[in-house]
Design a protein. Structure first.
Lengths: 99, 461, 366
């Protein structure tokens, strides 16, 4: 259960996750905003279809990839939120398994 | 189109990078600092400007100490580009980087790689389950956005683990359990280094204080254990650890892992710098001389990017590297350089005294670095398990490159950052060959993923 | 009594295909392979099983290539069954793009020449941009068209190599990871020496890539080859949009897109060149504009092992009967005929297929 301990979140903006509106602090990255909103499951892994979310929060692991404004593979922990941003869970399945 | 040219291009705005930038500015060198984050400070001083007005002394004095450095950097006339992903560094000292989906290139006369450290991989069974993050991630969430995770289990060893636990406890955030994987035998071994360490008692005392505080707080604290595994099946449901002959279970939804930091070596390796295996720290370090000069002329490395020594040491090494580069650029004389180096060298030597002690005490046990459970995922990006790696070794794979070919291990977007170390150590143990001989992945550009559109439109190298 | 029936020197795509084929034919085989950092052309392969455009000036080569492509499906099934490894093999036809009208005209002429020279009626089609759009909806507007051959396909070249090694091992083959330092022909047998050991065999196959050049004279053969670098970019995994292999772009089954290629004369440098990478990226975007925002995550240079005329070498030594030297830069396409035809001929009576007589290195002695 992620929550903020700041007394005030500062200015808020609206972003959308799977069509649902979320009010988030305008001064944070997409991964943080989603975690705070209780969203952990950013994508399905290609091979095992496992649910996957952020791991390192510093741009090294590439587990936090998500679809932002129609583009897949966006590294959500390095991208700041912006007003009206449309975010979707990323599902890229392998056409066939390699082994 | 001509690229901009700078005397010094600095990659990274952590303590090493910004210390170098400050000196470059003081001695009238033109400098550009490129950094991935949106504000200076690197990881250790992340979001320090944002937090300066908050009541957050519980973030620790070590954190607050970074503020004057960042403020001095801001006041300098150095060019600073934040949110920049460096994706190529050529051996002719051309740097290609990406900002907001657009590529740029700059020519440096001297380059400083100050990309810092990353977390050491922690390949436990279940470490890829949804709900597992690194302790560094917990730190980032806290520093940057004041976001915490209640009732998580913290697993691992190292100063950063105690720091985040201390920060949580100070802020009154409930922790489900702390599982301390520091091997008991490390304490005895570390004592051998403690004479020198006693000279640098500040950090040692601080560590003991935090540990006592954890125990006093009543947080469930577990130490002296064996294997650990995280259970799913899809997202985290519990952490299990083996102690006194049986498996014990702690149910939870979130786990934070940490077993030390290691240099981020991909940037240095992509341009061809030499590396060595450091047995004491169980990681690769980039070969540099006393001034941070790498095996490639004109390219220097400072801070944790070459070898781990912490934030204060990084600031000194950044300054030392800068003075050497200024001398290379003929902006200061040799005698001036020696004089100016003195205070930084002195402070660095002081920092390094406790290093052996810290390295020995917190060296993670081999069982947590080389997995034994065959279903453990070693390469997170490509979801390659230990058994697949072992099968390839059976088929004759003698090194990381062949392993890559046979298993896809290391072929994902993280470019081997989260599996490379594990792979070197797994191969070393299975083949009975020294890590130095086993080697590491062949690192090639791009240093970070870059769009084809940017590649197509980038300036001539 | 020799240690082995045949020793194969080289564990790349050519060597491993031959070694597997020999084991499959019942021989006792050892395959010598070097360590992790040796130059390994096999590792840099694009993965195409490619027929169209090959052998325009050498109908024998075109026919040999087609023969292999026709056997590939069964070959893939056989390897998968034996090893449990899915080679990600697909053979639904491939496109070779013509970036402008002049190229389109030239290509048509070339393909017609191959067709008229072929004994087995090699068929192909030419599609203009409009027609291409029906088959490849993502095609870019500036592409004039493409040639298409239904025999073209692709496979995961690394898994092919892995499967060949695994199959070889399963059939009793022995892999020896040592560098061969000498070969001697004594008493109608071959003695292969390394720094650590010696082994004897009745026959020896040199399939050691560039090392063939120095090893071949030891058995009275010559393999005049030189390196040519080709660079490949690989992207992050993206949603499936390309279901056919093409000359410059192919999407693998796990979603990454491979982009090629280049032809560089840089000696033995396996590095990358930003200029070439840029050209590859530009061309890829012209072909499939949807690739613009897709990110490259890896790039590498790999060395093709080429002869002066671009054709393979298949040789059998006169002075040391039982010694063979093979070199080809199309290790994937020809893997099937190497394993099934060449190897079985060596195992049976030691004579190479007649169709390969024109590929002796003696052709360079003129």
């Amino acid at each position: 259960m992620f929550r903020s301990i700041n007394s005030s979140q500062g200015a808020l903006i609206t972003i959308y996750f799977e069509g649902k509106a979320l009010n988030v602090s305008k001064d944070c990255n997409v991964a943080t905003a989603l975690l705070e909103a209780g969203i952990n499951n950013f994508r399905e892994t290609t091979l095992n279809n496992a649910s996957c979310g952020p791991y390192c929060m510093m741009g090294v692991c590439f587990d936090c990839l998500i679809n932002i404004n129609g583009l897949d593979n966006q590294q959500s922990c390095t991208i700041q939120v912006s007003d009206g941003m449309k975010i979707k869970r990323q599902v890229i399945n392998a056409l066939g398994k390699d082994e | 189109m001509n690229s901009a040219e700078y005397d010094i291009v600095i990659i990274g705005a952590g303590p090493a990078g910004i210390s170098a930038a400050i000196l470059a500015d003081q001695h009238k060198a033109s400098a550009l600092v490129l950094d991935e984050n949106c504000a200076p400070g690197g990881q250790i001083y992340r979001a320090i400007e944002k937090n300066q007005n908050n009541d957050n002394e519980w973030l620790g004095q070590g954190y607050q100490d970074g503020l004057p450095l960042v403020e001095t950097f801001r006041r300098s006339r150095v060019n600073y580009q934040h949110s920049a992903k460096v994706w190529h560094l050529s051996n002719t000292k051309m740097v290609h980087y990406s900002v907001n989906g657009k590529s740029h290139s700059v020519q440096g006369r001297q380059i400083l790689i100050a990309t810092g450290a990353q977390e050491r991989p922690f390949p436990l069974p279940g470490w890829t389950l949804n709900g597992v993050m690194s302790a560094g991630a917990a730190q980032t969430l806290l520093k940057e956005s004041g976001v915490v995770c209640e009732d998580a289990v913290f697993v691992g060893t190292g100063p950063l683990l105690y720091l985040i636990a201390h920060q949580y406890i100070s802020a009154g955030i409930p922790i489900k359990a702390i599982i301390d994987t520091t091997p008991r035998s490390n304490y005895l071994r570390a004592l051998r280094h403690s004479f020198g360490a006693l000279k640098n008692t500040k950090s040692i005392l601080q560590g003991w204080r935090w540990k006592r505080e954890i125990i006093k707080s009543g947080t469930l604290y577990i130490s002296n254990l064996g294997d650990v595994r995280i259970n799913g099946p899809d997202s985290v449901t519990s952490v299990e650890y083996f102690q006194k002959g049986k498996w014990k279970n702690i149910s939870c939804k979130h786990v934070f892992l940490h077993q030390g930091v290691v240099p981020e070596i991909n940037t240095s390796l992509s341009v061809g710098c030499d590396k060595s295996w450091n047995e004491k720290q169980a990681c690769w370090t980039i070969d540099v001389d006393q001034y941070g000069q790498s095996s490639i002329k004109g390219i220097s490395i400072a801070g944790d990017a070459s070898s781990i020594a912490g934030g204060v040491a990084a600031a000194q090494r950044g300054s030392i590297a800068a003075l050497n580069m200024l001398y290379n650029l003929s902006l200061i004389s040799s005698s001036d350089k020696e004089v100016l180096l003195k205070p930084f060298k002195k402070k660095l030597d002081k920092e390094m005294i406790a290093r052996s002690f810290i390295d020995t005490l917190f060296k993670p046990h081999l069982r947590y670095r080389v997995p034994q459970d065959s279903e453990t995922i070693v390469c997170r990006c490509e979801e390659v398990t230990l058994v697949q790696i072992q099968e390839s070794i059976d088929l004759g794979c003698k090194g990381p490159s062949q392993l890559k070919s046979f298993t896809r291990c290391g072929m994902g977007p993280c470019q081997g950052r989260l599996c490379g170390l594990s792979v070197t150590e797994i191969l070393s143990k299975e083949l009975g060959t020294q890590e130095e001989q086993v080697g590491y992945y062949n690192i090639r550009p791009p240093i970070k993923p870059v769009t084809l559109a940017e590649l197509a439109s980038s300036d001539e190298p | 009594m020799n240690d082995f029936d045949t020793i194969v020197i080289g564990g790349g795509l050519v060597g491993a295909s031959i070694a597997y084929g020999l084991s499959r034919s019942g021989q006792k085989v050892a395959m010598f392979d070097e360590g992790d950092n040796s130059i390994r052309a096999a590792r840099g392969n694009f993965g195409l099983i490619w027929v169209q455009g090959k052998g325009v000036n050498c109908p024998a080569y075109a026919a040999w290539t087609r023969q292999s492509a026709q056997q590939w499906s069964d070959f893939s099934k056989e390897l998968s069954k034996l090893t449990g490894i899915d080679l990600a093999f697909e053979q639904n036809g491939g496109f070779d793009f013509c970036l402008n009208e002049a190229e389109f005209k030239q290509r048509r002429t070339l393909m017609e020449k191959i067709h008229s020279n072929s004994q087995d009626n090699f068929s192909f089609e030419m599609f203009n941009n409009e027609e291409l759009k029906q088959l490849l909806p993502s095609i870019g507007p500036t592409i004039a068209g493409a040639s298409f051959s239904k025999l073209d396909g692709h496979v995961n070249p690394l898994y092919l190599l892995k499967a060949l090694h695994k199959a070889f091992k399963k059939l009793g083959g022995k892999l020896i990871t040592q560098t061969v330092t000498d070969i001697n022909y004594i008493n109608k047998a071959f003695k292969i020496s390394t720094e650590m050991d010696e082994h004897t065999s009745e026959k020896v196959v040199l399939a050691a890539g560039f090392s063939n050049k120095s090893l071949a004279p030891k058995v009275g053969l010559s393999v005049p080859v030189y390196p040519q670098r080709g660079e490949i970019l690989v992207t992050e995994k993206v949603k499936s949009f390309l279901h056919h292999p093409t000359g410059f772009v192919r999407q693998t089954l796990d979603g990454g897109v491979m982009l090629g290629d280049s032809h560089e004369d840089v000696g033995f440098d396996e590095g990358t060149n930003m200029n070439e990478i840029q050209q590859i990226a530009k061309r890829a975007i012209a072909i499939f504009p949807c690739l613009e925002k897709v990110k490259m995550i890896r790039a590498w240079g790999s060395l093709r092992i080429l002869t002066k005329d671009g054709l393979p070498i298949y040789d059998h030594s006169d002075s040391c009967p039982g010694a063979y030297a093979f070199s080809s830069h199309s290790g994937v396409t020809l893997s099937a005929v190497h394993a099934l035809d060449v190897a079985s001929c060596i195992a049976k009576d030691g004579l190479l297929p007649l169709s390969l007589a024109c590929f002796s290195a003696k052709r360079f002695d003129v």
